[in-house]
Design a protein around this ligand. Sequence first.
Ligand code: FDA
Length: 306
Amino acid sequence: MLRTLLLQLSTRPALGRALDRIPVSKRLVRRFVAGERLEEAVEALARLEAAGCLTAVTYLGENVTTPERARAAADTYGALLDEIDRRGLHSTPSLKPTHLGLDLGDEVALKNIERVLERAGKTLVWLDMEGSAYTERTLQIYRRLRTRWSNVACVVQAYLHRSERDLRSLIPGGVTVRLCKGAYHEPPDRAYPRKDDVDRNYARLGGMLLSPDAQRAGTYPAFATHDERLQRVLVEEARNLGIPADRFELQMLYGIRSELHRTLVDAGVRLRVLVPFGEDWYGYFVRRLAERPANLLFLAKHLARR
Ligand code: FDA
């Protein structure tokens, strides 16, 4: 119930402006968000790269309502890629279609995403997956982009009932795909309500991505989860199937279970850490709180002490 409430709050940005005035919550925000400025994100990327991690980077924002803001998001990704190149780093952008204008129409988002892809050159660009109202349109945009760009990757969410069908149609295309559990509030006719079922489906879909057919097609899976058990199961499965270590990766979010980085890197696993930054952190931050009630208790305890 708490998760549902938080996910509903994640769409109320006015609360974000209020939270911003509470210093302790700002400290909690900084646990999950590298900073508001691009330079702070690039510093975090450099630190992670120095520690042997691969990285991805998200400029936070979603559901923009004007073409100017959508274009400005694409421009910021351009500036970010310039700074990454200038610093000799190798990060890959991960962007939200509604930040690039999906609510203003598929063509608006497509045009802005293509500007990022063009600037990225050979660097991969991930299209994040948002709430289920956008799943079909995001996959359609992804398919259109794939006919022109080889440097685009997609995301599939294990909590959605439709994801097995989506993977069956994506896999023969030799896609690069991130598998995550799913972070939005979804009705039971679209998503498994129980965590156990989501975890089971994650393992099953992960197995599909590692299957000999998928590997022959050139599929490159990225397992985005902090769930140690699933990480272990999928890494072992890949090794048992003889899949080389550079043909799959694990992905984690900045600030979550960072103590696992060293062990995974030392074990020869490709680990990519996604670093978010930007002023529009509210929706992202509340989704992180919703994933773990202990985060909210931490916030509540400090507020009560004030
Ligand atoms: P689970 O929720 O089972 O957590 C496992 C353990 O991880 C917990 O026991 C806890 O220790 C730790 N943990 C997890 N979340 C935490 C938190 N917020 N704070 C502190 N500890 C936490 N979703 C989506 O819908 N679309 C997308 O495009 C993406 N993209 C994406 C990229 C990357 C790189 C990652 C890692 C995740 C996403 N997600 C996402 C988010 C994803 O769907 C999911 O909500 C979170 O990863 C949490 O689920 P876990 O798989 O980590 O497992």
